[in-house]
Structures are given as C-alpha cells and as structure tokens.
Design a binder for this molecule. Structure first.
Ligand SMILES: NC(=O)c1ccc[n+]([C@@H]2O[C@H](COP(=O)([O-])OP(=O)(O)OC[C@H]3O[C@@H](n4cnc5c(N)ncnc54)[C@H](O)[C@@H]3O)[C@@H](O)[C@H]2O)c1
Length: 384
C-alpha cells in the first residue's frame, strides 16, 4: 500500500486519524502550524503506540512511529495521494488551507475535511478542482470509533465516494455515506437526545439525575444526556447545536436551550472545568434520581420518539440510506439499537401518537412528525 496520507492539524482528531492511517500501513505526513502542537502529537502517538505494543495489539510501536513525519510546512504534502484536514472549525481558515494545500499536491490527490458542521460544498469551492474534495468525518477518539461519515460535496466526482468508502473499510472503519446537509447523519439525528432532555428539565417535569437515570436504566443508553454533554463539553456540544440550528434556517426542531447557553457563559463547560450540569467538586454529592417507572417511561418515550422522528425524516429527505442511518447511530454514538429498528419495535403508529400528542399539547413546530412516519403508520409498515 504505497499511498501517502497527509493529515492537516495534529490535535485530538488529526493525531487520532494519523494513527489509524499509519496502523493501516500508510506513510503519514502530519502538518500543523503550531510547533508545540506537533511535538505534543509526536509524544502522544509514541506513548499510545507503546501501550498498544505492551498490550500485544501491535507488533512494534517503533515500526509504526517510523511511518510518521512531522512537518511545519504544507510543502511536505507534495507526494500525498490523500489529505485529511482536521484543523480549527472555521470556514475561512479551512478554505485558505485547502487552497494552499491544493497548490502543492498532484492533480489526482484527494483532499478531505473532518469538519463536524461546515458545508463540504463551501470548503470544496475554495479549490480550483472542487471535484477532488469530500468530507471524511471521523468520531472521537478516531482509533476507537468505527464510524466514518463519507460526505460528497455537490461538486465531488462520484467515483471518489466508492474509493473513499473502500479505503475506510481497509482501515477497519465502518463508512456510511451522508448527504452534505447540516450535521450530516449523527450530529443531526442525535440533537433531540440533548435538546429534548434539556427541555424536559427546563419544564420541571423531572430533574437532571432522574432524566439521566431514565435514559440509561430504562432507555438502555450508555450515558444519560446530562452526563454525556458534561463529558463532551458544553463549548463543543452547544456550538454544534447552535450551528445546526442556524444552518437549518432556524428550524425550531433544533433550537438550542438557554440552560446550556448559560453554562457556556459561566464557563461551566462540564467535567473539564469541574462543573457543568453536575458539580464534580470533591465532596459534592449529586441528588439521587426519583426512580419512578411511570415518569421514567414518559421521559424515554418523549426523547426516543423525537430521535426516531429525526432518523425517519433524514431517510425521507435522502440524507442517507436506512442501513447507513442504523450503522451511524449505533457506531457513531453507540445507541443501543438503530432508530429505525426502534421505530419498528414500538410501531410507527405509537411513535406518531407520541409526537402528535406533544404537538397537540404544545402547538410547536418542534413536535411536527415527519410525513414519512405518518405514511408508515398509515400503511402499518416496517423500516428494516
Ligand atoms: N473533537 C471532536 O470530538 C471532533 C469530532 C469530529 C470532528 N471534529 C472536527 O475535527 C477538526 C479538528 O478538531 P480537534 O478537536 O482535533 O481540534 P484541536 O483543537 O484538538 O486541533 C486542531 C489543530 O489544528 C491546528 N491548526 C489550527 N489552525 C491551523 C492552520 N491554519 N493550519 C494548520 N494547523 C492548524 C491547531 O494547532 C491544532 O493542533 C474540527 O473541524 C472539528 O470540528 C472534532
């Protein structure tokens, strides 16, 4: 495998992706405009690979370390046939870097972005040959998370989708193809997991520990929405929500919450700052959840019905195939089951009744059911 892979940005995602590519046998050039970041990535990669060697997961950490070169200039990308960009999430900066890199690489080199929320089409437009650009969206931590969303821009040469998908499979990943729409699959479909849970809390229907208890114990999710957003960091999670909301032309389904915005403003970013929805200071005990099964069931039904509606609507709008939607939500955010399978299990009629009930109660567009969910319910059909 002689393909040389270039990675732009040596932060959390860039170094993780570089590790995946090197472990798949590639020579990898890592470029960052911050020398300290490059040094840190080199040290972290070396430590990670040594640990993998100790555990017997790889034969030689040295051999894999030998595949990396660390560069302070884009000219080092000259011989690369694939570039993956993972720098700061700012469109203008990404566009400038894409144009700079395109001037260095060969005409056949594929240039991809790991952006979570920007339009691939707008990034591609910065290149002279936009047909060579596509999105390759890895999840954090890239070496452990199997999912990769492959996102063609509207300018992308269609054969690249197949090429990128095949390559990701060779890297041991589970690729899915997503349309270039805000949040792609996972960051779009998962929004109600956070948003609806926060709404339930804001309305005083249940407190934070009770909602987390319901979603984990009764819903089967690995982590409750408040524990999870405290882990992700409210700076990251809130910004994704706000970006998705703005990108969807302010569709109320994706409306951010004041509760989370205030956390951000206070600098209560979650675990990393010692406080978020929960207080992680030593000696502070969180209140016990109210383990009321009827209340818990109501919480799970409301959040999961909203999630199912998102997945069904994404299918309706051809954001992805049914199979890819299921892979994305089980491998990208580790949901206990695919949302379409969950819909079949509950029946589309039950999901529709929950949503229509909420719509009747609130008269908010946020609770409108996807037309596809309505059709499924009327036809008594299954998705998978
Ligand atoms: N962190 C996540 O959970 C996650 C998940 C999926 C995708 N992403 C996306 O991946 C990208 C990177 O995120 P991250 O969390 O690794 O960020 P990070 O802050 O850890 O790393 C970014 C790196 O890019 C470097 N950089 C910034 N501007 C640069 C430039 N102009 N040229 C070269 N290097 C530059 C920085 O020095 C830094 O080392 C973003 O687009 C983000 O949306 C992040």
């Amino acid at each position: 495998m002689e393909k040389i892979v270039g990675v732009i940005g040596s932060g959390a995602m860039g170094s993780g992706i570089a590790q995946v590519a090197a472990m798949a046998g590639h020579t990898v050039v890592i470029y960052d405009n911050n020398e300290q970041a490059l040094e840190k990535a080199r040290a972290n990669l070396s430590k990670t690979l040594q640990k993998l060697e100790e555990k017997g997961k790889i034969a030689s950490s040295e051999a894999i370390m030998g595949r990396f070169s660390f560069a302070a200039n884009v000219s080092a990308f000259a011989d690369c046939s694939l570039i993956i960009e993972a720098i700061v999430e700012r469109l203008e900066v990404k566009k400038a870097v894409f144009a700079e890199v395109e001037a260095v690489v060969s005409d056949s080199c594929i240039i991809s972005s790991n952006t979570s929320s920007l339009s691939i089409t707008s990034i591609a437009a910065a290149c002279k040959k936009p047909s060579r650009v596509l999105g390759l969206h890895f999840f954090n931590p890239a070496p452990l998370m199997a999912l990769v969303e492959v996102i063609p821009a509207i300018q992308t040469e269609p054969s690249l989708i197949v090429e990128a998908t095949e390559l990701m499979k060779k890297w041991g990943k589970m690729p899915v193809v997503a349309k270039d729409t805000p949040g792609f699959i996972v960051n779009r479909v998962a929004r109600p997991f956070y948003g609806e849970a926060i709404r339930i809390y804001e309305e005083g229907i249940a407190d934070i520990p009770t909602i987390d208890w319901a979603m984990t114990e009764l819903g089967g999710f690995k982590m409750g929405p408040f524990t999870l957003t405290d882990y992700i960091g409210h700076d990251v999670n809130y910004v994704v929500t706000e970006t998705v909301f703005q990108s969807f032309f302010f569709d109320p389904r994706y409306k951010p919450s004041f509760s989370q915005k205030r956390l951000l403003e206070a600098g209560w970013l979650g675990r990393k700052t010692g406080r978020g929805f929960y207080n992680y200071a030593e000696g502070v005990e969180s209140t016990a959840p109210t383990k009321d099964d009827a209340l818990g069931k109501k919480i799970v039904e409301r959040v999961v019905a909203m999630l199912i509606n998102e997945a069904v609507d994404a299918l309706h709008l051809n954001v992805a195939t049914a199979a890819d939607l299921e892979v994305a939500m089980t491998k990208g955010v580790n949901y206990p089951k695919g949302l379409l399978a969950w819909c079949d299990e509950w029946t589309a009629a039950k999901c529709l009744a929950i949503l229509d009930g909420l719509y009747e109660e609130y008269h908010e567009d946020r609770y409108r059911a996807s037309v596809l969910l309505r059709k499924q319910a009327m036809g008594n059909k299954n998705f998978v």
